[in-house]
Write a protein that binds this ligand. Structure first.
Ligand SMILES: Nc1nc(=O)c2c([nH]1)NC[C@@H]1CN(c3ccc(C(=O)N[C@@H](CCC(=O)O)C(=O)O)cc3)C=[N+]21
Length: 282
């Protein structure tokens, strides 16, 4: 193994320590931030993620509001919970954990855009396209923050993003091409004719296809930074999109687990604190 580790678990700890101070400052001004979660059904992965988010919040002084609904919950029942959290002053922001098995666009659209800690509401994705400020999607911002905190140059870099999903690939392309990031982005997907030809040119590769081992050593430019975002479960074990052989070629690799996953949680916490800080200023 020659590549250096893009350590998301350690970076989460650093960011939590920074945010704990900002939460303490908010409390001195009489504001306690609160995170709400809406969970539908009993998928073990989703339960783990939601539990981890509330544990993170408890560690840094953010209050938890947890609504767990059975798999039999109807669209109307989940929408009623969203309405309740929209109206709850103690809830700074909240998310509806995906997947729900319901009409997700309708659920997402019903969340107050100012409480959208996931940054996935259509209004907030629209703001991202238009270059207006607002809550940003947690996983792609987490990927950028992970690079930044390891000193990897993004401005001018050739970035290949593999995957065009709503939560990672699509918004990541928009984020990285902003003037403040200034990367050149190629967005590859299942319709890409020759994936290897694109990946080979990349200074930074972001693998978010959800296909175990799709990025192999022969595709990677020596010294490149490779972020492994894809989460699949193979024989019950978390398996990423990056083949282990990539560690022998790349300069940097984010492991999976302990790479971008914890960064998603770090950016969720950051979004809550920023919404609370905005409420104090205005
Ligand atoms: N509305 C919504 N918002 C989300 O943010 C959201 C969602 N739905 N649906 C599912 C995905 C997935 N996700 C992860 C969060 C943390 C880790 C994480 O911290 N993983 C650990 C442990 C992984 C394990 O062992 O299972 C790690 O990578 O080290 C991973 C994945 C948030 N998601």
């Amino acid at each position: 193994m020659t590549a250096q580790t893009l350590d998301g678990a350690a970076t989460l700890r650093t960011i939590k320590a920074e945010l704990a101070q900002r939460v303490a400052a908010l409390k001195e001004q009489g504001v306690t931030p609160g995170l709400g979660t809406v969970l539908v059904g009993d998928d073990p992965g989703s339960h783990w993620y939601v539990g981890a988010k509330h544990k993170d919040c408890a560690e840094i002084g953010i209050t938890s509001i947890r609504r767990d609904l059975p798999a039999t919950a109807t669209q109307a029942e989940v929408e009623a919970v969203i309405d309740e959290l929209n109206a709850d002053a103690a809830c700074t922001g909240f998310l509806v954990q995906q997947p729900t098995g319901l009409d997700e666009f309708a659920l997402l659209s019903r969340v107050d855009p100012d409480k959208d800690v996931d940054g996935l509401h259509p209004v907030n994705l629209g703001k991202l396209v238009l270059g207006e400020s607002g809550p940003l999607p947690c996983t792609p911002v987490g990927a950028i923050e992970l690079l930044r905190r390891h000193g990897i140059e993004i401005a001018g870099a050739e970035v290949v993003v593999v995957g065009r999903g709503l939560t990672v690939g699509r918004p990541l392309g928009l984020l990285l091409t902003r003037r403040s990031e200034n990367a050149t982005v190629t967005l590859c997907h299942t319709g890409t004719r020759d994936l290897a030809a694109h990946v080979r040119h990349a200074d930074i590769v972001v693998a978010a296809a959800g296909v175990p081992g799709i990025i192999t050593a022969d595709m990677v430019k020596p010294g490149a930074a490779v972020l492994d975002v894809g989460v699949s479960r193979v024989d019950g074990k978390v398996t990423g999109d990056v083949h282990p052989g990539v560690w022998d070629v790349a300069g940097w690799v984010s492991p999976n687990p302990k790479g971008v996953g914890p960064m998603t949680r770090a950016m969720l916490l950051t979004n809550i604190v920023e919404i609370a800080e905005r409420s104090v200023r205005s």
